[in-house]
Design a protein around this ligand. Sequence first.
Ligand SMILES: [Zn+2]
Length: 259
Amino acid sequence: MLPEILKVAEEYGLTFNPRSHGKKETLCKCCFCAEDSKAGKGHKFYLSLNTHDQLFKCWFCGVSGGVLDFETKLSGIPYADIRIKYFGVREKPLHPAERLNARQLRTIGWAEYKRKNRAAFKKNREAVLRDWNRYEHEELVKHFAMFIVIAHIENQAERQNELLRYVMQSCQETQIYLMFNRVLAEYVKYDMHRADWAIEGAEIGRAAWRASLSTCDFEMNEVVVNVAFLYHMWKMAKKRKVETNKESLKTKNKVSLAN
Ligand SMILES: [Zn+2]
């Protein structure tokens, strides 16, 4: 059964407008935009809970949805797991594309699509998963590369810390679950035992480090730009390689057809 939105809000310690508490429309401070928590907005409560239909909407930032979305957003736990909490495990496991939450889908441009037409989304699950896997791979490579640069920096503890904070923050923003932990876990392995993305990332990271070393410039922006640039170059080279292979395959086929 669906949980009551009021109970969920209480559980997560939201601040209520006491006069509306428990009514059909219960108002609280919006914890998603926190606009009504700014100084001088003491009497404003932008987040509206519909306690009959178990819906929420913020009149300032526009965030809205059902009670399960609400708890997903508050807890950071994937939507599918929140569903399981109230409805139990499904007999048929969910397709991995269905396990992606709204924020993750937004990063790869599928969130609106799913919201508007669930049936069409279901048909495109394989494409969604491909997009997500590609996105995840790219982000892992780039962040691993940045981490390698940081690890190479010597005698500049402050710069190192600054970069590390940047990478941790950036890892969080990717919406990839436990991203920084995954980067760390690969880092402590020997090269040959590392995942593909870590091997690629290490290569790019070392090149970026050499680029920074040649100019003695470990400014954060510089390192980030170097990694992005080298990653782009590496991707282009890989694409060219694939295309050359395709071309030679085509030529081979033509030759064999001619024969
Ligand atoms: Zn809001």
